[in-house]
Design a protein around this ligand. Sequence first.
Ligand code: ATP
Ligand code: MG
Length: 695
Amino acid sequence: MTGVLSPQSPNRLLDGLDPEQRAAASAPRGPVCVLAGAGTGKTRTITHRIAHLVRSGHVSAGQVLAVTFTTRAAGEMRTRLRGLGVDAAQALTFHAAARRQLRYFWPRVVGDRPWDLLENKLRYVGQAANRAKLGTEVEVLRDLASEIEWAKASLISPDDYPAVTARAQRDIPAPAAQVAEVYRTYEELKNAAQVLDFDDLLLHTTAVLEEHGTVAEEFRDRYRCFVVDEYQDVTPLQQRLLDAWLGGRDDLTVVGDANQTIYSFGGASPRPLLEFTRRYPDATVVRLERDYRSTPEVVALANRVIGAARGRPAGSRLKLIGQRPPGPEPRFAEFDDEAVEAGAVARRVRELLDGGVSASEIAILYRINAQSEAYESALADAGIPYLVRGGERFFNRTEVRQAMSALRAASGDGSSDLVTTVRSVLARVGLTESPPAGGAAKERWDALLAIVELAEELASTVADADLPRFCAELDQRAAAQHPPTVEGVTLASLHAAKGLEWDAVFLVGLSEGTMPILHADGDEAAIEEERRLFYVGVTRAREHLWLSWALARTPGARRNRRRSRFLYGLVPEDHPAARVARSAQQKAAPVKTARCRLCGGPLLETLDIKLGRCGRCPSTVDEGLLERLKSWRADRARELKVPAFVVFTDATLMAIAEQRPADEAALVSISGIGATKLERFGAEILGVVRASTGS
Ligand code: ATP
Ligand code: MG
């Protein structure tokens, strides 16, 4: 079978689309916006649109640039484009596209001086933090690094940083002046070393296009048609680059789902998506509601998850309508500890495998990468193959590099069958007939086999693929860090799962403090982002969906965890955990004050709400108590290995020191203290307050 359609069939190409999808795919050149929920075929629509524009002669494949946000999603797009016979269209992440362009234009704009990419910025951030007299523990540096990334993605300079963050009432990892100083020094150190970080790739490419007319002209002549997937997560920096690419033209197709915005913390915003028609009043706008990915059971759950979201912007309130035949009900499960949870997941994976689901169609998704360990060992114990997303990069592995150079060297060999040639070349670098017993040798063998499988895949989609063609494919994948699919269960973070789909999805570790993550507690915007992340997880499943949580981390530890607030109302009434949930829910709904506790006037500013006092009324802060609270916080942060502001922000401590809450009810009415923090720290905080007021 060949996936390539005959070149003269632009209309047959659109047969696989529903009427709305077809309207978007076949719209004439010019601005198009698809606003639609998960699984409704957005990615499918844009790949078909590209193929359609190419087939009908509006643009040549090489003039198309399609961008998205994760390497895996870009890879997925490329595979789909190839299936539609448009190999030459570029599908890349913003970063990969910018990197390529910068490399190309660099000699002309800067000269012969080469540049290197800084893979890990912590070293320079560490030096900068040291000079600014800030802590240099790894957690502190990580927070500073992501704050710098946020500022760069948001186009905020070190000089502007203090004012902008003050205006936005942003929770920041250290006093603004110090963060700005670290940011400034970091940039100086990096420039002195002549290295670029990832954000510089975008910044420099944008600057080159904005400032060098001839370069911009050449670029714009080369690329004429732009497509952005997952547009809800565009940052101001990426938008600026996109504008530089367009250079005033309007041949732009964007697709996205505001309900899947999961990178706000990194500076992304769904606004450009939602306001697309304001910018392009003539745009073709299409909304899709039919969910082709998931069973009605999964779709119903997804609708409830996102239906509970607060403050959804207009234009994002779409309800998904499941198109697939019915399937199994989602399963909910509660466990005593994480090891038991992981063991149960591994057993269920085994059942699915025995039932005919293939391992690569199963994913275990979690909130933070540290959660993968328990699942790695449970799957290994059960003898189930798995691969961790974000693990060692496939194309950086020694045997893969050896294999690629061997293949390149053999490129001149004339042989008829691609797969046989690849096999025989790889035999020279260690691909034996049957796999070695296990361990590192088996891993190396698996990697080589994955290359053979890529060759098989290419041979089955492109009829006359030869070795040079295959080498080009490998180079392209390596440049885009797009590893082949290895047969195994996927372990990935929810963030990395965006845009992807599996037959069976396990959402694990759904307890308060993990999902939503602890530092989101008490901050409504952050909680909503966590909810969207959970929604992204639920909507990855085609058929089997499992949701579980554990009451303790390690065996024998106190079972003091609570399941995620996002599960309230989702767990069926007759489920043993439902009763516990109802009482927990009552506790979790804090009474929030929105009036000044001194003059009774309304509170509108975030900081005022946090303090429970308007700016006109005098501060009643107990300075001694504030100091004691800060030192308590420092101890706790050290113990939990998190930065202090994750425990409580300065504003929250200030509010406590002003209001001196006497009991839980008073404490929970302070903004910034949600159910999880109440449970974890409530008694201690009340203790500090009591000791202070009693003395
Ligand atoms: P996400 O928001 O998660 O990125 P999406 O809107 O991009 O989702 P796709 O990945 O394009 O959705 O499509 C989801 C699944 O539904 C895919 O397997 C796709 O092939 C299938 N699909 C989409 N449209 C149709 C259709 N008209 N007929 C049949 N299958 C379809
Ligand atoms: Mg998609």
